[in-house]
Write a protein that binds this ligand. Sequence first.
Ligand code: NAP
Length: 338
Amino acid sequence: MSDKKIRLGVLSCGRFAQRRILPQIIKIPSFSLCAIHNRTLSKAREIAEHYKIPFYTHIEKDFFDYPHLDAIIICSPNYLHQKHILLSLRNGKAVFSEKPMTPTYEQSQEILTELTEEKTLVIGQCYRFKNTLCVAKKLIKEGKLGNLLSIKVHMHMNIPKTGWRMTKRYGGGVALEIGVHVIDSIRFLTDSEFTSIYSLGKQILDDQQEDIDISFSALAEMKNGLPVSFDASLEAPYSTGFTIVGSKGFLESTYAIRGDDDGRESLTFFDNHDGSFDVPLPKQNVYYEELAHFANVIEGAESQLTPENAAENVKIVEALKLSMSTHKRVNIEDFVLA
Ligand SMILES: NC(=O)c1ccc[n+]([C@@H]2O[C@H](COP(=O)([O-])OP(=O)(O)OC[C@H]3O[C@@H](n4cnc5c(N)ncnc54)[C@H](OP(=O)(O)O)[C@@H]3O)[C@@H](O)[C@H]2O)c1
């Protein structure tokens, strides 16, 4: 690691940035937090004062014009991700953007075409660092479960039915907001890609009188032949977990895909003979790990959170939503994008 700190700016410091990102950034020795933006000036000022950040603004242009930054972290609502990623890259910054990469696959592809060897773009998928998933994946690889037979994953929460998260044109909806975590977790666990998907879901009318997805259940097949089922909801009590079934035993995890660092998650292995044991999971903060990874990528490490990977997640979200609205199974390879 070089002695020079990475001068960092955070764009769109809303609830997520304040609760999850800023408190971790300041713990990462290679970062120096130099600038922040929030669309409300008083909030930007308050955050800057709290963290002693030299530059703050509510004007996007002023944030991008601030010359003393090496890297930008984007925490804006989903519909702004493409614009903010492209502006940051074109300004020569290393970029970390929150999931989903963009609301549509077409927008993600437009970003991919801008990338060159010299540009750094990392897309947040914090659960790739989650011990529940990493340890489960290791046990699968070591053959502890035998041949894999099925995987089931879910993520439920109950959120207010207003704001950008519940507005289609702002990139809201359950599939983009949390379905993307579930989809990425399945791809990560299986080291395989989706080949087809069938999904049923519930939609409601948003503030703009457009249909928005609020919950879904999906069945899919992976390239390695594995059947997976998963569901997500923005109107159910908080719950997230997975079950991975193999010929020699199965794994069950509660609080499996969850950002809190209170150590409540569990992973239990059940063998073929009714025996079971809890797999130890060290406490962790996935946001710290993800952001520290971003710092390492800037310093030359290979990225585990590539834009190509994130674009594939967006593609599966689109296929899922297409299946939901047509009530038909969608083959990913023949999938013609709107
Ligand atoms: N990886 C994870 O675990 C995780 C978890 C949560 C969120 N996220 C991602 O983080 C990003 C930000 O989420 P958040 O919860 O922080 O959102 P948020 O608090 O609702 O808003 C983020 C920022 O955008 C501004 N904003 C709100 N609505 C807007 C609109 N319609 N147009 C323009 N700006 C608007 C807010 O300004 P004000 O503060 O002035 O309202 C705030 O600066 C999203 O991409 C989300 O998917 C990731």
